[in-house]
Ligand binder design. Structure first.
Ligand SMILES: [Ca+2]
Ligand SMILES: [Ca+2]
Ligand SMILES: [Ca+2]
Ligand SMILES: [Ca+2]
Ligand SMILES: [Zn+2]
Length: 586
C-alpha cells in the first residue's frame, strides 16, 4: 500500500515536471487559432495520411534557412491524371507576417478532402479538377513571425541578409523586444516640444498637436537599441528582399522597386516553387492570399504592361463580382490602378509566363474591428477621426479599434504603456498594438475568414473550363463524301486558353483532329454559320485544327471526309485535358 502510494507520487511528480504535450493535429482540422509553421507541416501530413488516394504532398523548394516549402496536390487518380484536368493553384503567406493565407489554404484542403464523397458539389469538383495548394510560401517568415517578437507588420521579408544602412554589416541592428513581452511595440518619451499629446478621449492614444498647442510626447519608433553602436537605432533589420518583388517577370532593380533583391529569383525557395509550378502546365487559375485591406486584386501590376484583353477582363469581372458577394466587404480592384504599381510580383509572373488567370486577396478588413453599431455607421457625416493616427489607413480609427480590443477581445490587441529605462533615450514608455493585432483578426474570427475565402476559391474553381465534345452531325453528301460537324462547348466562365496567352503565344493552342483507317479528311475548318453552311477551311493538314474553347460558349468545326468506316475525333488541351469520340460514316 505504502509502496503503491509512493509510485503514484512519483508519477504525479513526473507528470507535473513534463512539458505540456502539444495536442496532436487531427483531421478534420480545427480553425480556432492560427497554426504555427510546425503545425502547418503536421496538418499537411495528417491530411495526406487521412486521404492518401486523393493527395500528394511534395517539397517544392527549400528556404534560405533550409525549411521545406510544401505543396499538396488534390487529385482523384480514378478520374484521370492531374495534368489532364484543369488546374487551380492556391498559395498563401508569401509575406511572413501575413499568416492567414496559410490557414485559408489548409481550410480549403480540409474542406475539399473532408467533403469528398459527402457533398455532391465538392465531389464533382474534386473529380474534374486538380488543386495545387502551397499554404506557406515564406516558411522562414511564418516561423519567425510566430516565434519571435514582432509587430503586426514585421518579418515580411525573405531571410536574405541585406545591408540596409550600407555600413558593411548585414542585418546587424533589428528592433529589440526591450520588455520581453513578445511584441515589438512603440517607444514614447515625455517632451514638451513633442509633436503629440495624450488623446483626450482615450489616454492610451496619442493625437498630433495643432499648431501653437503645447506638445507632450515624442514618438521614438519601435522598441530597440543601437545594437552596433553606429548612432542609429533599428536601422538594419532582418532581410529585406520582398518575396513578392523578386519574381522573374517584369523584375526591376531596387532603385526602381524597393526590396526586389539583386536579380530575379535570387530567393532559392521561390525559384524552386516557380520551377515546380511551371511543370503544372494545366494551371488555369492561380490565387495568392495576402493579408491587408479587404481587396480582391487582379493585374496588371503596372500600367505600362497594358490592360489585359477584354475577354479576359470579362472573366475577371464576372468572378470578381461573385468574390465581393461571397466575402462581404471585399472590393474587387485592379492592382496598379486602385492600389499601387509593383514590379516582379508573383501574380504578373504567373499570368504572363504560365498564362493563368490570377487573383490576389488582401484578406483582413479593418472594418471588422470598427466597433460601430448599425445606427452609428449610418449617421450622416459620421466624423472620420482624422486627428487620431490611423496607422493602417483604412478609415477605422485607433479609438474604435481600441474599443474593439477592450470589449470584444478583453484587451488582447493592445499593450498599455509601461515605463522603461532606455540606454540612449533615458526614461521612456513602451506600449501600443500587439503583434497579433491590426492585420490579423483575433482567433474567434478565423473560421468565418477561412471559410468565405475558401468558398470564393471554390466558386472560381467551378468556373475552370469544362469542355464537352459532340460530333453534332455526320451527313452523307454522296460519292463516299461526308460532312462532319463537331461542337466543343464550355458552360463555364474560363476559356481553355486565356486571351493574353493567345495574344503572346504562351503555350500551344488546343488541337482538334479527325482521322480513321478508311477515311481521308479533304477539308476542315471553323464552321462560321451552321445554317448558311459557311466554313473557313484551313489550307494545309485539314485533319488538324488549332482552337480555343471560349468561356460560356461553343466553337464548331466542319470537316469533309472521304471514305468509310469509323472516324475518331480527338480533342487535346493543355488547360483542360483530352476527349475523344468515335463515330461511323454512314
Ligand atoms: Ca548594416
Ligand atoms: Ca515588447
Ligand atoms: Ca545601429
Ligand atoms: Ca548599422
Ligand atoms: Zn503581402
Amino acid at each position: 500500500m505504502k509502496k503503491l502510494a509512493g509510485s503514484i507520487l512519483v508519477l504525479l511528480l513526473l507528470a507535473s515536471t513534463l512539458p505540456a504535450q502539444k495536442p496532436a493535429i487531427t483531421v478534420p482540422l480545427r480553425f480556432d487559432q492560427y497554426y504555427t509553421l510546425d503545425q502547418v507541416y503536421e496538418a499537411l501530413k495528417a491530411l495526406n495520411k487521412a486521404y492518401p488516394q486523393l493527395t500528394t504532398l511534395e517539397t517544392v523548394g527549400t528556404s534560405e534557412e533550409g525549411r521545406p516549402i510544401m505543396a499538396m496536390t488534390v487529385n482523384n487518380p480514378k478520374t484521370g491524371a492531374a495534368l489532364d484536368k484543369p488546374g487551380m493553384y492556391v498559395d498563401g503567406n508569401m509575406h511572413g507576417n501575413e499568416i492567414q493565407g496559410g490557414d485559408i489554404s489548409l481550410y480549403l484542403l480540409d474542406f475539399l478532402l473532408g467533403g469528398y464523397g459527402k457533398n455532391p458539389e465538392v465531389t464533382a469538383l474534386v473529380d474534374r479538377a486538380a488543386f495545387y495548394v502551397i499554404p506557406v510560401v515564406n516558411v522562414d517568415g511564418r516561423h519567425h513571425f510566430m516565434t519571435d517578437a514582432n509587430n503586426p507588420s514585421s518579418n515580411r521579408s525573405l531571410r536574405i541578409p541585406v545591408d540596409d544602412d550600407k555600413d558593411g554589416l548585414f542585418d546587424e541592428d533589428p528592433a529589440d523586444d526591450l520588455d520581453g513581452d513578445g511584441n515589438l511595440c512603440e517607444m514614447r518619451k515625455k517632451d514638451p516640444f513633442g509633436q503629440y499629446k495624450t488623446d483626450p478621449e482615450d489616454p492610451r492614444l496619442l493625437v498630433r498637436v495643432k499648431p501653437g498647442e503645447k506638445g507632450e510626447w515624442t514618438l521614438l519608433g519601435e522598441e530597440g537599441l543601437d545594437n552596433d553602436g553606429d548612432g542609429q537605432i533599428n536601422e538594419d533589420g532582418e532581410g529585406y528582399v520582398d518575396p513578392n518583388r523578386n519574381w522573374g517577370f517584369d523584375w526591376a532593380p531596387p532603385y526602381v522597386q524597393g526590396g526586389s533583391g539583386e536579380y530575379p529569383f535570387q530567393a532559392v525557395g521561390l525559384k524552386g516553387l516557380a520551377e515546380w509550378t511551371m511543370t503544372r502546365t494545366n494551371i488555369v487559375f492561380a490565387w495568392s492570399f495576402h493579408n491587408n485591406g479587404g481587396m480582391l486584386l487582379r493585374g496588371p501590376s503596372r500600367k505600362g504592361l497594358g490592360e489585359y484583353p477584354q475577354q479576359d477582363v470579362a472573366v475577371y469581372d464576372y468572378l470578381g463580382k461573385q468574390g465581393e458577394r461571397i466575402i462581404p466587404g471585399y472590393r474587387y480592384m485592379i492592382s496598379w490602378k486602385d492600389l499601387y504599381t509593383t514590379y516582379g510580383d508573383s501574380g504578373e509572373w504567373i499570368t504572363q509566363t504560365l498564362g493563368a488567370y490570377f487573383y490576389c486577396s488582401e484578406v483582413f478588413q479593418g472594418e471588422s474591428e470598427a466597433f460601430k453599431g448599425v445606427s452609428e455607421r449610418n449617421e450622416p457625416g459620421s466624423p472620420r477621426e482624422e486627428a487620431v493616427r490611423d496607422i493602417f489607413g483604412e478609415g477605422v480609427s485607433e479609438r474604435d479599434r481600441l474599443k474593439f480590443s477592450d470589449n470584444v477581445v478583453q484587451g488582447e490587441l493592445y499593450k498599455p504603456w509601461k515605463a522603461f529605462k532606455h540606454p540612449t533615450y533615458g526614461d521612456v514608455e513602451i506600449g501600443g498594438w500587439a503583434k497579433m493585432s491590426s492585420r490579423l483578426g483575433p482567433p474567434f474570427m478565423i473560421k468565418d475568414l477561412v471559410h468565405r475565402n475558401a468558398m470564393a476559391v471554390l466558386f472560381t474553381a467551378k468556373h475552370l473550363p469544362e469542355v464537352s465534345l459532340e460530333v453534332a452531325e455526320v451527313k452523307p453528301l454522296g460519292g463516299g463524301l461526308y460532312r462532319v460537324r463537331t461542337r466543343l462547348s464550355n458552360p463555364k466562365a474560363m476559356p481553355t486558353m486565356s486571351y493574353l496567352a493567345q495574344k503572346t503565344s504562351l503555350y500551344p493552342k488546343d488541337m482538334l483532329t479527325v482521322g480513321g483507317a478508311g477515311a481521308k479528311v479533304v477539308a476542315g475548318g471553323l464552321l462560321v454559320d451552321w445554317y448558311l453552311d459557311q466554313a473557313v477551311y484551313k489550307k494545309d493538314r485539314p485533319e488538324l485544327q488549332f482552337t480555343v474553347v471560349p468561356g460560356f460558349g461553343k466553337i464548331e468545326h466542319q470537316f469533309l471526309v472521304e471514305g468509310k468506316g469509323e472516324i475518331t475525333v480527338k480533342y487535346a488541351s493543355r488547360h483542360f485535358g483530352k476527349i475523344e469520340k468515335t463515330v461511323k460514316l454512314d
